[in-house]
Ligand binder design. Structure first.
Ligand SMILES: [Ca+2]
Ligand SMILES: [Ca+2]
Ligand SMILES: [Ca+2]
Ligand SMILES: [Ca+2]
Length: 455
């Protein structure tokens, strides 16, 4: 079940540009074969593949004392062969493997790509119990707070997932409960070495997690008895009140001394987002889009109101804002920020969505037993790019720290890898990965599948 990271780590240099390019490769074939013998995969035929690849690391290609393949014996052949030498039994530059043939389905494709390395979604780690309602993940650590849907305390919990196969609780941080008896941390964000939390009690606080095992108080403002969301982008932090009537923009270039630079918003705000020069608020007044290109003088530019609510979470990219609402997902096109429009898009069955994640044009949408992934390049025409629906519990929070997606569910933490947007398709590995239309294992353009596009 668990797949070894060294396999994908090796493949990383191959991924730029999406499809296979022989010039992108160094001589990683033999090492790749070694990795494949250690891992397991749900792709077709791993057993025979592993056997074939194991042979590559054996006597056929002895290595010298430095571990590099000894290519002396094949030198004459190499100098006389064409640029395409896949199938000659020699793992040349540009080949991940070469099993001496150009057959597909035996572990080494006709393009000499390792067929066991695929964007084949897998659960790689789990931890239970794991009680958070909002979380961020960064550098192998997961930071969680109770969030809006639990009646829990104001404790920040930090988990060590540097070994994704064995995530474990690491440390906790809590403000003095005598000072803040009803602290209910709702929002969490991370910038640099600090985690920022918004919640009842302090308006916000920053926690230095340079050493995640020893979280230290950075800054604290309040008490304002609010229960709000929070967003960070660069040196800016935006937080809001869910019982008050404004949102506040802070300069956090000194994370131990946040400076308020602007007030914005016109109503109770349930969630906030920062993207590029836009501050986006969702609240009683609807969806507000503020231009913060002059941070000290934000300007309300666009408004969508009234809005179907209530809402738990908003996320934004260059053109779109996605709103996780009770009743389903709503997409708003704000490519014209002064004229934002709700767009109709089919984002699967109407479901309750507690959280959302967005990475580039890929939207990760928790559903009742897992997560769906959509390519939202056109928010009105989302393309379901992948899915992981093998969790018998409802996800309450989601976070991304590539190459992993972290899901907090009713029965614990799940760590999932190789979802679209986190794993780049490789044309020629004989495995159809989004957005490929086909992959016949070769790079031959004249056989109906050319560059993984159906001819
Ligand atoms: Ca070769
Ligand atoms: Ca082969
Ligand atoms: Ca492929
Ligand atoms: Ca082809």
């Amino acid at each position: 079940m668990a797949r070894l990271r060294p396999i994908l780590a090796l493949s990383t240099p191959l991924l730029a540009g999406g499809c296979f390019s022989p010039t992108d490769l160094d001589d990683g074939g033999a090492t790749s074969g070694t990795g494949a013998t250690l891992g397991t995969s749900s792709s077709a035929g791993p057993t025979t593949e592993d056997t074939a690849l194991t042979e590559l690391t054996g006597p056929t290609f002895p290595t010298d004392s430095s571990g590099a393949p000894d290519t002396t014996a094949a030198a004459d052949e190499s100098t006389t062969s064409s640029a395409t030498s896949c199938g000659d039994g020699q793992p040349d530059d540009g080949e991940e493997c070469d099993d001496g043939n150009t057959n597909v389905g035996d572990g080494c494709s006709a393009a000499c790509m390792d067929e066991s390395i695929t964007c084949d979604t897998a659960l790689v780690g789990a931890l239970s119990p794991f009680q958070v309602g909002r979380m961020v993940a960064d550098g192998g650590y997961v930071y969680g707070v109770p969030g809006p849907n639990t009646n829990a305390d104001g404790i920040l919990r930090i988990f060590d997932a540097t070994d994704v196969a064995a995530p474990a609780p690491l440390s906790t941080f809590v403000v003095d409960p005598l000072d803040y008896p009803n602290w209910h941390a709702r929002g969490i964000a991370k910038g640099g070495d600090h985690v920022w939390i918004a919640g009842g009690g302090p308006e916000f606080l920053s926690i230095d997690v340079t050493d995640p095992a020893l979280p230290l108080l950075g800054d604290l403002d309040g008490p304002n008895e609010i229960d709000g969301p929070i967003a960070i982008q660069g040196d800016l932090m935006l937080t809001a009140e869910s019982v008050g009537d404004d949102a506040r923009l802070y300069d956090i270039s000194d994370p131990n001394s946040a400076m308020q630079v602007a007030l914005l918003g016109t109503a109770v705000e349930y969630d906030v987002a920062l993207h590029d020069t836009w501050a986006i608020l969702w609240g009683n007044a609807g969806l507000e889009i503020h231009d913060i290109s002059v941070v000290g003088a934000p300007m309300l530019t666009g408004l969508v109101a009234p809005f179907p609510g209530p809402t738990e979470r908003i996320v934004a990219n260059d053109d779109s804002i996605f709103v996780a609402a009770q009743g389903g997902l709503v997409a708003v096109d704000y490519s014209q920020p002064d004229f934002p429009q709700i767009v109709d898009g089919d984002y699967g069955p109407v479901d309750y969505h507690g959280d959302l994640a967005l990475r580039g044009d890929f939207l990760y949408l928790p559903v009742s037993n897992g997560v769906n992934v959509y390519d939202v390049t056109d928010p009105a025409d989302p393309i379901q790019a992948g899915t992981y629906l093998q969790i018998e519990a409802f996800p309450t929070a989601v976070a991304i720290d590539p190459p992993y997606l972290y899901l907090s569910t009713e029965d614990g933490l799940r760590i999932i890898e190789d979802l679209p947007g986190l794993c780049d398709a490789r044309c020629g590995n004989a495995f159809v990965e989004y957005p490929e239309q086909c992959d016949d294992g070769n790079l031959d353009p004249d056989d109906g599948c050319d560059a993984c596009v159906e001819a």
